[in-house]
Write a protein that binds this ligand. Structure first.
Ligand SMILES: Nc1ncnc2c1ncn2[C@@H]1O[C@H](COP(=O)(O)OP(=O)(O)OP(=O)(O)O)[C@@H](O)[C@H]1O
Ligand code: SF4
Ligand SMILES: [Mg+2]
Length: 359
C-alpha cells in the first residue's frame, strides 16, 4: 500500500523514540529579494544510536541544516520556521546559557578542518581536558589523565607524549582524531560530523570513518554524518537522507537506497559515485545542470530543470507543485511526481489519497 502525505511538515518526521526530531525547518540568509532560502521545510529524525548520512551536492544546504540544529546560524541568517526537538527538549526555545551547556554536553561536533578548530598555542592534552574540567568538574590531574585515555581510545600513538604536543606538531589525521576525542569527551548523545574526512588523504579517511563508526557504536551515540559522497555513506551509515536545494528528497536505509534508489536525483548521485560502480570501465555520469538559485522562488520540484524523468513523462505538475513524500517501503520515503504510484494523482491533479506520518 502506498501512503503519502501532502504536508511538508510531516514528510520524514519520526517517532517518540527519536533522539532528534526536526519538523518544517526553514533557514534563510538576508532579507527581501535577496533572501537565500537555504533550508526549505526539512523534516528529519535520528533515532538513538543511529548513524544517519546526510548526502547531497555542494550548495544543497547540508551544512546550514547541521548549523541550524546546533543553533549556530548567525545574523543576517535566521531560522525562519520549524521545530527542533532534542531528547524531548525544544532547542529553538533554549536561552543562550542553556544552549551553550547543551552543545558541549549533549552534542559533539567534528568539522572538516581540524587544524583550524584547535587552539594553536595550547597543548593538545589540555584542549581535550578542557571540557572535562569545565563541564564535568574534574580537577587538573584527573582531567589530564582522562584526556590521555581519550587520546589512546581514538588511536593516537604514545598518547602520554602526544598530549604535550601542539597542534602543528601532529598530522591532519591525528588532529582529526584529537577533534573526535574532544567531541566525545563528555559522552554526548549525538555527534554531528560535517565532511570530517574530505581534507584527509584516502587511507586516513578510511581510518577516521572506522573510528567514528566504532566510537558511536561502542557508546550508543547517534551520528549525523554530512558528506557529498555516497561511497562514504555506504561504509558508515544505517540510514540516508538525500538533500537537494534545501529539501530532503529521499530517505531510507542504506541498503534500500543503494540497491533501489527511487528519486531521479539519488539515481544521478549513484551514477556519479565512483566507489559505487560495480563494473570496471563503466563511465561515470555527472548530473547535468546545477542547483537552482536559492534566492529565487521555486514553486515546484527544485530538481525539475535537470530531471530526465520529468522530460520523458512530460510532467507539467513538477514545475508547479512540490511533490509530497510517499512511503514506498518501511522507512523509505521519496518525493517525486514521477513515481508510478503517483501517476493517478498526476492525471487527476488530485491530492494523494491518504495522509500519514512517515519516516
Ligand atoms: N552565511 C551565509 N550567508 C548567505 N548564504 C549562505 C550562508 N551560508 C550558506 N549560504 C548558502 O546556503 C546554501 C547552502 O549552503 P551549504 O553550505 O549548507 O551547502 P552544503 O550542502 O553544505 O555544500 P558543501 O557540500 O559545499 O559544503 C548555499 O547557497 C550557500 O551559498
Ligand atoms: S517531481 Fe518531477 S522533476 Fe522532481 S524529481 Fe520527480 S519527476 Fe523529476
Ligand atoms: Mg557543507
Amino acid at each position: 500500500m502506498v501512503t503519502t502525505t501532502h504536508d511538508d511538515r510531516h514528510g520524514t518526521a519520526g517517532s517518540a523514540d527519536d533522539l532528534l526530531a526536526i519538523r518544517g525547518l526553514r533557514t534563510e540568509f538576508g532579507t527581501g529579494d535577496r533572501t537565500v532560502r537555504a533550508v526549505r521545510g526539512v523534516d528529519l529524525s535520528i533515532a538513538r544510536g543511529e548513524i544517519l548520512g546526510l548526502v547531497g551536492e555542494s550548495g544543497s544546504g547540508k551544512s546550514v541544516l547541521a548549523s541550524s540544529i546546533l543553533r549556530l546560524i548567525r545574523p543576517p541568517g535566521r531560522i525562519a520556521a520549524g521545530e527542533i526537538v532534542f531528547d524531548g527538549r525544544d532547542v529553538l526555545a533554549m536561552n543562550t546559557r542553556t544552549l551553550s551547556r547543551w552543545r558541549g554536553r549533549d552534542i559533539g561536533i567534528v568539522f572538516q578542518q581540524p587544524q583550524g578548530c584547535l587552539n594553536p598555542v595550547r597543548r593538545i592534552g589540555w584542549q581535550v581536558a578542557e571540557p572535562l574540567r569545565l563541564k564535568k568538574g574534574l580537577g587538573r590531574r584527573a582531567a589530564w589523565d582522562e584526556a590521555v585515555q581519550l587520546l589512546r581510545s581514538v588511536g593516537i600513538p604514545s598518547p602520554e607524549s602526544k598530549a604535550r604536543a601542539y597542534p602543528h606538531q601532529v598530522s591532519g589525521g591525528q588532529a582529526q582524531r584529537v577533534m573526535i576525542a574532544i567531541a566525545l569527551a563528555l559522552r554526548p548523545k549525538l555527534l554531528i560530523a560535517d565532511e570530517p574526512t574530505t581534507a584527509l588523504d584516502v587511507t586516513i579517511q578510511a581510518q577516521i570513518l572506522e573510528l567514528l563508526r566504532d566510537s558511536c557504536r561502542t557508546h550508543g551515540t547517534s551520528l549525523l554524518f554530512v558528506t557529498h559522497d555516497l561511497g562514504v555513506i555506504a561504509k558508515l551509515a544505517d540510514r540516508v537522507a538525500v538533500m537537494y536545494a534545501g529539501n530532503i528528497v529521499e530517505t531510507g536505509s542504506v541498503g534500500g537506497i543503494l540497491e533501489s534508489p527511487r528519486h531521479p536525483y539519488t539515481r544521478g548521485l549513484m551514477d556519479a559515485a565512483p566507489r559505487l560502480r560495480s563494473s570496471e570501465g563503466e563511465r561515470l555520469r555527472d548530473i547535468p545542470g546545477s542547483i537552482p538559485n536559492l534566492a529565487r522562488p521555486i514553486p515546484g520540484c527544485p530538481f525539475a530543470p535537470r530531471c530526465g524523468l520529468r522530460k520523458e513523462l512530460e510532467l507539467d505538475r513538477c514545475d508547479r507543485e512540490m511533490p509530497p513524500f510517499v512511503q514506498s517501503a518501511e522507512r523509505h520515503a521519496v518525493r517525486c511526481w514521477g513515481l508510478p504510484e503517483m501517476r493517478t494523482a498526476n492525471r487527476t491533479n488530485a491530492a494523494a489519497p491518504e495522509r500519514e506520518i512517515v519516516r
